[in-house]
Design a protein around this ligand. Structure first.
Ligand code: SF4
Length: 349
């Protein structure tokens, strides 16, 4: 990633580093997710061995978000290059150790993490470096006390990542490795752009903006969680009886819960079939059959959601279907991010 092209701003050690694309309207700016990203993922050669990790998806994503980069190890005061750290299980807790010299950085890392995270005014999600003892959000090797870097006895969570999940429960947290899987990537992108749009509605602070948000996300919420959709509908119906601040807070709690898990493929397929119903009388039997084949391949996990969505979107444009056009389900995030490639690896969702 070209550091200059992304436009680093405010590169003071210890504070968030903001990376922003410029020139967007206020409306687009409000809908731009605020993402915290591990800095070694293309922004700076800050790994222990002074290397940088080029990640094509992070590179693709950066122009669409307001990126706040962090390197917890460097920002808390370690140098580049430096002796590597790893996690050790001391029985009474997991420690972050520079194992060549046996230096314990756990307390320093926790203090830095809390200060950094408390300093974030708004955030919609995190992309953290996989398997790092500081940033890794799962599957980080854990070693016995006083060991070298061999003979792992289990898996754990990096110290910074653990603080992230404690401070921001319910927010999307992923690693660049998991985001190579198209289903995880679609779910992550859908959530961060949804949360950014909600932040935009909340910033206006009016009941009308919440009603509009809810209306435009009905099909998306139907695919994710029908029960939560009903609860949110009841909340919106009572909007006039609640103070606006409470209304947005309650709604956000439901929203985070509603989109916390991947929707089932069948739920998506039901929403897509419902959408096809708007066009079926205008379509030829070959067009319908092509769509149903795509849908079946999606159900079987052989195609990403973006494939049948692209077909519905083309019909929305062709027939000028205004209701579906207003539904974010059909354009959950910018088209430029709808890449179809996949790691091909099975993942634990
Ligand atoms: S994984 Fe985290 S701590 Fe390690 S170099 Fe990358 S940003 Fe820094």
């Amino acid at each position: 990633m070209k550091k200059g092209a992304a436009g680093h701003r405010g590169l003071s050690r210890g504070g968030p580093h903001h990376v922003q694309a410029s020139g967007d309207s206020l409306e687009k700016e409000l809908a731009r997710p605020i993402l915290v990203i591990s800095r070694c993922l293309g922004f700076e050669a800050c790994r222990w061995n002074a290397e940088v990790v080029k990640d094509p998806f992070v590179e693709l994503l950066v122009p669409y978000v307001n990126a706040v980069t962090v390197c917890p190890e460097v920002d808390m005061g370690l140098g580049i290059p430096r002796d590597p750290v790893h996690l050790e299980d001391w029985g009474d807790g997991i420690r972050l150790i520079q194992f060549k010299k046996g230096v314990d950085h756990t307390d320093r890392m926790r203090a830095f993490s809390r200060e950094f995270l408390n300093g974030l005014k708004e955030v919609d999600g995190f992309i953290l470096k996989a398997r790092s003892p500081s940033c890794g959000s799962r599957d980080v090797k854990v070693f016995p006390p006083g060991s070298g870097d061999r003979g792992a006895i289990g898996k754990g969570i990096g110290i910074f990542a653990a603080e992230v999940m404690e401070r921001f429960p319910g927010l999307p947290v992923e690693t660049e490795g998991r985001l190579r899987n198209h289903r995880i990537r679609e779910h992550f992108l859908t959530r961060i752009f949804l949360l950014a749009r909600f932040r935009g509605a909340q910033a206006t602070g009016t009941r009308g903006s919440l009603v509009d948000f809810h209306t435009r996300h009905k099909l998306m919420l139907m695919a994710y969680h029908q029960q939560e959709l009903r609860s949110m509908g009841r909340l919106v119906a009572q909007a006039a009886d609640l103070p606006t601040k409470d209304l947005f807070t309650l709604y956000r709690a439901h929203l985070l819960k509603a989109v916390s898990r991947l929707p089932r493929r069948n739920s998506h397929a039901n929403v897509l079939m419902h959408a096809m119903g708007y066009f079926s009388r205008y379509l030829t039997s070959r067009e319908k059959s092509h769509f149903l084949t795509l849908l079946e391949r999606f159900r079987e996990g052989k195609l990403p959601l973006s494939a049948p969505l692209a077909v519905i979107n083309s019909w929305i444009v062709r027939f000028g279907q205004e209701y579906l056009q207003s539904q974010h389900y059909f354009h959950p995030y910018p088209e430029g991010l709808m890449v179809l490639d996949d790691s091909g690896k099975g993942r634990d969702f």
